[in-house]
Design a binder for this molecule. Structure first.
Ligand code: HEC
Length: 122
């Protein structure tokens, strides 16, 4: 019974922490709101709208394939879905192709996400 009480009290303490953090957070959010009308913040908002796949692309592929998939050192990937299946794109990331070095340090799940996103470019 004692233990149960102890556990219950611990839980209570934790909940207290949540309440404190909760109010800290809401204060931060509220104070942030005041400056939302500034143009800089609107810019931030558009950056936040970048999808997870686009972020992966930016991290791993943008340097060579251009920031709008238009191609740079590597060819354009704008219509890559017409040329390859998702499997083939994963294979290219895994093994490289021609002058493109293998990108096999990218976790498999992220390669799959990227490939799924890229095959839609047609
Ligand atoms: C170091 C630069 C570099 C990076 C980083 C890079 N690529 Fe490439 N990529 C190339 C080059 C160069 C080619 C052209 C290869 C050739 O044909 O000689 C290429 C070709 C490709 C092709 C085949 C294009 C075609 O038309 O046949 C695909 C698909 C591709 N890359 C996908 C990716 C993806 C997805 C990423 C990110 C995970 C990526 N690449 C990262 C340089 C790069």
């Amino acid at each position: 019974m004692k233990r149960i009480l102890q556990a219950y009290n611990k839980g209570k303490q934790k909940r207290k922490y949540f309440l404190i953090w909760g109010s800290v957070w809401s204060m931060m959010i509220l104070s942030g709101c005041g400056s939302n009308s500034l143009p800089e913040n609107n810019l931030d908002a558009t950056v936040d709208q970048v999808s997870a796949e686009e972020k992966l692309y930016q991290n791993y592929c943008l340097n060579c394939h251009g920031d709008k998939l238009e191609g740079e050192y590597g060819p354009s990937l704008r219509r890559i879905g017409q040329k390859y299946t998702a499997e083939e794109i994963i294979n290219i990331m895994e093994k490289g192709i021609g002058k493109m070095p293998a990108q096999n340090y990218i976790p498999k799940s992220e390669q799959q996400q990227l490939a799924k996103w890229l095959v839609k470019r047609k």
